[in-house]
Design a protein around this ligand. Structure first.
Ligand code: COA
Length: 326
């Protein structure tokens, strides 16, 4: 028998305030339209954090739901890994703040910066911690308040993002060591710093300048997304000796419906087996995959034994994929 990291619980949290494309355009006096945004991205609306609401508040709410679904108490959590580009502060880490908020007072907690790929990276680290016996219960959280780092005068970026949090509780379990096992089969992480400038937050803690706002060369990011995501999904399937016919669900990072549909076609999956939230959440960066997982677990779409592919790309550039059987 071998140790495997099982995704035992999922949770999600969205701020109460929901903003449609038209409301957003009117609020910020933007020269855009609902039609332009929907046709280019698939986004219809997004949620916005309340003035006092932070990444740790939202992450804690998502974490509580994941713990409840898994039937694991906060005191049993050995590690909390938080993927975020919008931490409450440089330190204490948002993960440590969540640790206090949920009453998980043992173990350790830290943040990880890999932009929209952050959840896949954090899942990869959780998988390693569990396989090596260093932790038994790991909370993996993606939580973002992008509304605080957007340039509301830049219509090319501010219409694309939303706020929210998602979490999974990953738990050690014994398995036979085959691809029929439940749990995370493998995670694949990549980065290439040569493309750092095409998607970045200019400024922030420790910076020599910049207002701390998001900048993106959208067309270039799009081009990298299509090729790099296709390659890393192939890599994940090949590493496990699996083919696209083995995949039951695609749970992609939710940046743009056109990229999501291209990945669905690549895996030969009918649209009803691709979990889509970008229309209602927009791009919630590191939170988008766990939010989508929570939705599809709650409504029963993803069931026991289903093989799920997750993939993401983001600032860095960073990109990655994870294969897990529920
Ligand atoms: N409303 C109306 N027009 C807009 C607009 C908006 N919100 N945003 C940009 N435009 C305009 C541009 O100014 C440009 O006008 P011009 O031709 O007069 O200069 C025109 O639309 C085309 O802009 P472009 O950036 O070339 O559009 P696009 O087809 O590439 O779509 C994105 C833009 C951002 C939707 C697209 O590039 C994209 O989704 N990129 C990937 C983004 C992504 O996934 N990022 C996150 C990765 S984690």
């Amino acid at each position: 028998m071998v140790l495997r990291a099982m995704i035992a619980g999922c949770g999600g949290y969205l701020p109460e305030r929901r903003l449609s494309n038209d409301e957003l355009a009117a609020l910020h006096g933007l020269d855009t339209s609902d039609t332009w945004i929907r046709e280019r991205t698939g986004i219809r609306y997004r949620h916005m954090a309340a003035p006092g609401e932070t990444a740790s508040d939202m992450g804690a709410a998502a974490a509580r739901e994941a713990l409840a679904m898994a039937g694991v108490g906060a005191a049993e959590v050995d590690a909390i890994l938080v993927a975020t580009s919008t931490p409450d502060s440089a330190f204490p880490a948002t993960a440590v703040r969540i640790q206090a908020k949920i009453g998980a007072n043992g173990g350790f907690a830290f943040d990880l910066a890999a932009a929209c790929t952050g959840f896949v990276y954090a899942l990869g680290i959780a998988d390693s911690l569990i396989r090596t016996g260093q932790a038994r219960n790991v909370l993996v959280i993606g939580t973002e308040v992008y509304s605080r780092i957007l340039d509301w005068t830049d219509r090319g970026t501010c219409v694309l993002f939303g706020d929210g949090a998602g979490a999974v509780l990953v738990r050690a379990g014994e398995a036979a060591g085959t691809t029929a096992d439940r749990g995370i089969l493998s995670c694949h992480m990549h980065s290439d710093g040569r493309f750092g400038d095409i998607l970045q937050i200019e400024g922030g803690a420790g910076s020599t300048g910049g207002a701390g706002l998001l900048r993106m060369a959208g067309k270039e990011v799009f081009r990298h997304a299509v090729t790099k995501l296709a390659a890393v999904v192939d890599e994940a399937l090949t590493a496990n000796g699996l083919g696209h016919e083995d995949v039951r669900w695609l749970v992609p990072h939710q940046a743009n419906l056109r990229i999501i549909e291209a990945m669905g076609r690549k895996l030969h999956l009918p649209t009803e087996r691709v979990v889509v939230t970008v229309d209602r959440h927009a791009n919630t960066s590191a939170a988008s995959i766990p939010l989508a997982l929570a939705e599809a677990r709650r409504d029963g779409r993803i069931g026991a034994g289903d093989l799920v592919v997750m993939e993401a790309i983001g600032g860095g550039l960073t990109w990655g994929a994870a294969l897990a059987r529920f």
